[in-house]
Design a protein around this ligand. Sequence first.
Ligand code: SAM
Length: 222
Amino acid sequence: MEYERERSLLIRSLANQGVSDKTLKAMKKVPRHLFVPSIHISRAYVDSPLPIGHAQTISAPHMVAMMCDLLELEEGQKILEIGSGSGYNAAVMAEIIGQKGQIYSIERLEKLAVFAHDNLQKTGYSNVKVTLADGSLGLPDHAPYDRICVTASAPDTPKPLIEQLKPGGIMVLPEGEGYQHLYIIRKSLDGEVTKQDWGGVIFVPLVGYHGFKQYDSKRGHR
Ligand code: SAM
């Protein structure tokens, strides 16, 4: 199969970094080269972020793996993803939750929403629905969610996302501008919310109502 060797080498390197077997198995199945612009296809299995146009990136494989592990994904879960980008992160999560699960992924840039949708269609991930909207407001129509994965860095935890997280649920999100931290947010069965700092990361900014206002111009992104 095309790029199989490159993908296996990447998986071996992620295994050495302590990624779980469940996530490794999923990443072994997802063809990342079909989620990157053709100009970057030769670098699809390098463990680094890559440009996907419109000043945005597909996250590095180790970061996708880490977020999947921190989310403690299980078969059949309902997941909200903020920031569809290329659709790759959603595809990896879809492999883990299986056909009985459902992912709602939100993207604010129209061209990237189409890019993610097309990539997910051509690779057969029919249980991911991409919606063009401001993900900082969540997606109340399908709430509550077992898991919420935010793939752009917010100024603070958006209140609607906390509200839309199911009791017993987990959310991971980066916060901060420039120097950012990844947080694991858990809502207990009686509704108590706790926030754990996982450490430093680098993501593009979350833009929108509960995002960074200074990046809220779509100039040059279309
Ligand atoms: N998960 C993506 C992937 O696998 O390719 C990578 C996402 S990229 C690091 C972050 C994405 O978040 C960008 O596509 C950006 O346009 C999007 N974004 C930023 N603010 C957003 C918002 N308020 N709602 C939805 N998407 C947003």
